[in-house]
Design a protein around this ligand. Structure first.
Ligand code: HEC
Length: 132
């Protein structure tokens, strides 16, 4: 049990490290969200469309939580929602404002919803360079 957890942390740290080395967002993460994902280390365990340590955000979106519910779950995860996954640590260091931004984005990833015209995309500038 303890050992598994150690490995989990190690691989999470590794994921962050190698990601920083690239300093580039995967194509499916908008630059502004990439900044938050890195800052709060969500990126180590989550991807929009891929299961990593934690569930793909697209799968979270399918659960149809409200944005407020997602913010709550970031602060107090409920592992019972995700059988077969390790429990997520409470991410209480994330300011509410940023947690809400992440929640809104996560909820926008529901693939079943009508593909929205993402006109916002043009505003994604490269401000992800800030971590040195
Ligand atoms: C060390 C790995 C790890 C990190 C870092 C992490 N998560 Fe998770 N996350 C998980 C796992 C594992 C689950 C599924 C089990 C659970 O909910 O406890 C999960 C579940 C979730 C869920 C679904 C909650 C539910 O009950 O359906 C959301 C939303 C989420 N994470 C968002 C985030 C956000 C936002 C961050 C960054 C602030 C983050 N996670 C950081 C591993 C992680």
């Amino acid at each position: 049990m303890k050992k598994t957890f150690g490995i989990l942390i190690a691989s999470a740290a590794l994921a962050v490290a190698s990601f920083d080395a690239n300093a580039q967002a995967p194509a499916d993460i908008p630059a502004d969200m990439n900044v938050l994902m890195q800052k709060y280390t969500c990126i180590a365990c989550h991807r929009p469309n891929q299961r990593l340590v934690g569930p793909a955000y697209a799968d979270v979106a399918k659960k149809k939580y409200s944005n407020d519910e997602i913010v709550k779950l970031i602060y107090t995860p409920n592992p019972a929602h995700w059988p077969g996954y390790p429990p997520m640590a409470p991410m209480t260091q994330v300011p509410k404002e940023d947690a809400m931004k992440l929640a809104v984005w996560i909820n926008s990833l529901d693939g079943d919803a009508k593909t929205k015209t993402t006109t916002k995309k043009t505003t994604t500038t490269k401000k992800s360079k800030k971590s040195a």
